[in-house]
Design a protein around this ligand. Sequence first.
Ligand code: AMP
Length: 371
Amino acid sequence: MSIIKLHDKYFKTYISEKKITEAIEQLVKQVYEDCKDENPLFIGILNGSFMFVADFVRKYTGNCEVSFVKLSSYEGTNSTGNIKELVGLNENLEGRTVVILEDIIDTGNTLQEIYKIFRNKKVKQLKIATLFFKPDVFKKDLPVDYIGISIPNKFIVGYGLDYNGIGRNLSDIYQLTANPKLKNIVLFGPPGVGKGTQAKLLKEKYNLVHISTGDVFRHHIKNKTKLGKLAQWYMDKGNLVPDEVTIKMLKAEVEKNIGSNGFIFDGFPRTELQARALDKFLAEKGEIVNGMVALEVPENILVERLLERGKTSGRPDDQDEAKIRNRFNEYSTKTEILKDYYQAQNKYFGINGVGTIHEITLRLSKIIDNL
Ligand code: AMP
């Protein structure tokens, strides 16, 4: 499960690529059964059907021809009912078996228009195949010969279908969902960069819950819990605690505070698997990561800082340069790639982490205010 934002609205995964593929295979089978002795002309209705047509004809093993027409009746999330234009259709259709390939049929307005256009074309037969069908809103007394997946009357996007122009390139189908309520910030950066210090200040300023996985592990170690004993073994070496353990622990922390205004995640996610788990887990609650705010500071400054901190923090992993170097190694091999992960979702915001505490809080706030 995942939640994405398109323009001003939020959408959650609804029908997976796999389910779509299965539905298309079924459609191909049925159409082939009826048309195997013919050379059918498949006509896709643009724009929405381009992906469906491509996948459909790729699986169709018999002889066939492919063409497209354009008939658009959508504006925003509502069918406006007025058909605007028809482009294409230069073939002579007399005596042909024509199969219309539609991405979605809901009110049936487009379908009606298609039937009207084809009435005078002297085709041998006209069949309609649609990938998605909304039985609750379909009001016309017109045959739909092949139906992939019937869905309730919800606005969907992806797999060729758009919301005000965007979203066609998504491989899954998404449906509208309520706006997320929480503000969730991932505070990011290498060890010693000042995440903990800034998180405490931001937590007050934005009334968020601060979850530091390092602090939670240290709390468990102090209290000699089972989790603490396990985590200590890794932390002492400057290694990451295994994902499975960390993710479970993080979820428990979020569950404890789900009624809050949102979270500052500090030290989590630290691997791509953790990032994916966080997205999935938040999506199940109708929530998202609003952004990753990263503090950027050169490594040599950080090693100095950590050794300095080690004199007072009491943290064994701050006192030994080899352990510190290993933490940086863990960071550069497993964690740094998360920059790409969030950048791909336009959620990465890097800031200069060198300066006074106050200066850096201001830089962070500027970004968080706009998330
Ligand atoms: P920190 O206080 O954030 O520097 O974390 C201290 C140590 O706790 C790290 O070096 C890891 O051993 C462990 N740790 C904290 N967060 C995570 C995480 N998200 N995944 C795995 N290990 C973690």
